[in-house]
Design a protein around this ligand. Structure first.
Ligand code: G1P
Length: 272
């Protein structure tokens, strides 16, 4: 059973400057709710019981957002606002589920995951990238179902435009079925020429505990960072099975300003 989810939140958010110079991108509201809460809701619905947030000293506002009880209590005493009360009880629920670990130097997703090593209890855990919202269908739920069926690791995937492959990790595939395939190999942000397909990694992963061992052995890759993709690649080369889950929901890339603006519009349209 997958009960724990890791969420790397220490990234600098440079693609979203100047907004991110004062506000973590994961707290930027989309239709009245922080980006991060969409991710948490997806996880809770998929049966996740514990979140491990990887933050940095610079991103301490994330901690404050979830642990600002005194402020809330004062306001609630004064104002009998039902909506604020409801939000507070939601925050209280999350408080019991969230643990923090720190990654003070942004050394990549692999390095972020490694910081959680001591806290992972099961053989597998879920990892989500908060930049990637998936709406309309619960992607984590679909992935957990595929994981149960295959007893293997799973990565969320979607076909992207061929000319844009260098924005993502790209999968080499075999034995394709309607909604999933086995992953043969993976390349981080390849050129169009070197891309083995146009199935991209979207930010949801079910990873085995043994990935920590692989990350530990990695040397910095592209951009001097430790990439989770490289650890996954090594596990695949050692005959560990990974499946790509072609998810049904709609993918919204919130990691760029253009994508963030578009996400707000899409979610608003869906709610009307
Ligand atoms: C990361 C991963 C990449 C993946 C992408 C999904 O890249 O390294 O493999 O395709 O997330 O959003 P980033 O968005 O951090 O550049």
């Amino acid at each position: 059973m997958i009960k724990q989810a890791i969420i790397p939140l220490a990234g600098l958010g440079t693609r979203m400057l100047p907004l991110t110079s004062v506000m973590p991108k994961e707290l930027m509201p989309i239709n009245g709710k922080p980006n991060l809460e969409y991710i948490l809701e997806e996880c809770v619905e998929a049966g996740i019981k514990e979140f491990i947030f990887i933050i940095s000293e610079e991103k301490s506002l994330i901690k404050k957002y979830f642990f600002n009880d005194k402020f809330y209590e004062k306001i609630i005493k004064k104002k009998k606002d039902k909506r604020i009360k409801k939000e507070f009880s939601k925050i209280k629920k999350y408080q019991k589920m969230i643990k923090f670990v720190y990654q003070n130097k942004p050394k990549g997703t692999g390095d972020a995951v490694l910081k959680c090593k001591k806290l992972i209890k099961g053989d597998y855990f879920l990892m989500l990238l908060a930049d990637d919202l998936i709406i309309n269908k619960n992607c984590s739920k679909e992935m957990i179902k595929l994981h149960k069926l295959k007893k293997s690791s799973v990565i969320a995937t979607k076909k992207v435009e061929k000319k844009a492959v260098s924005r993502w990790g790209i999968l080499s595939i075999k034995n394709k079925k309607k909604n999933y395939f086995q992953i043969n190999d993976v390349v981080e942000k390849p050129s169009i020429k070197n891309a083995p397909s146009n199935f991209a990694i979207i930010g949801r992963y079910i990873l085995p505990k043994k990935i920590f061992y692989e990350i530990n052995k990695l040397k910095p890759g592209q951009g001097g960072e430790i990439h989770i993709t490289d650890a996954i690649r090594n596990l695949i080369h050692k005959k560990n099975k990974f499946f790509g889950n072609i998810f049904k929901g709609r993918y919204l890339d919130c990691g760029t300003l253009k994508g963030y603006i578009n996400s707000g519009a899409e979610i608003y349209k869906g709610k009307k």
